[in-house]
Design a protein around this ligand. Structure first.
Ligand code: CMP
Length: 138
């Protein structure tokens, strides 16, 4: 698999009913959905997903937040998917995100920033494998 990225629509955005609007923006930007589900992560699962941030001061709060309600992970495909998707979602902190980006439109704070996007091709594959079996990616 190449040209893929892994996204997660985060708990607040799902709870607030923004899943459809966010997916619409993603699809209109030219991404193809290769896999998608609703999933309520346990704290252990959220901790494992964000293991690279284990030493960061925000790690415990991040794990608590990401396991606070169902999320919508999805595998997305497009040329140059990782970089293209990071442009579409905007800066990590919604306050610094460009107008029209998903985090500007739907993010509330640095923690509740609506959506995740992989930061490299290597991590996209690892993160896709975290949520989906090969047979669930179409
Ligand atoms: P995400 O792209 O999912 O990757 C790690 C997440 O940690 C990030 O989005 C933010 O929502 C969250 N986070 C919370 N505090 C910070 C911080 N100080 N710096 C970076 N990320 C943070």
């Amino acid at each position: 698999m190449s040209n893929i990225t892994l996204t997660i629509i985060k708990p607040d955005a799902v709870k607030d009913g923004h899943t459809g609007a966010i997916l619409d923006q993603i699809i209109k930007a030219g991404f193809k959905v290769k896999a998608m589900k609703l999933k309520h992560l346990s704290a252990a699962e959220a901790g494992k997903f964000y293991e690279v941030h284990k030493e960061r001061p925000f790690y415990n709060d991040l794990v608590k937040y990401m396991s606070s309600g169902p999320v919508v992970p999805a595998v997305l495909e497009k040329d140059d998917a990782v970089a293209s998707f990071r442009t579409l979602i905007g800066a990590t902190n919604p306050a610094n995100a460009d107008e029209g980006t998903i985090r500007k439109n739907f993010g509330k704070s640095l923690e509740s920033n609506a959506i995740h996007g992989s930061d490299s091709n290597e991590n996209a594959l690892i993160e896709a494998g975290f949520f989906f079996a090969g047979t669930e990616i179409y």
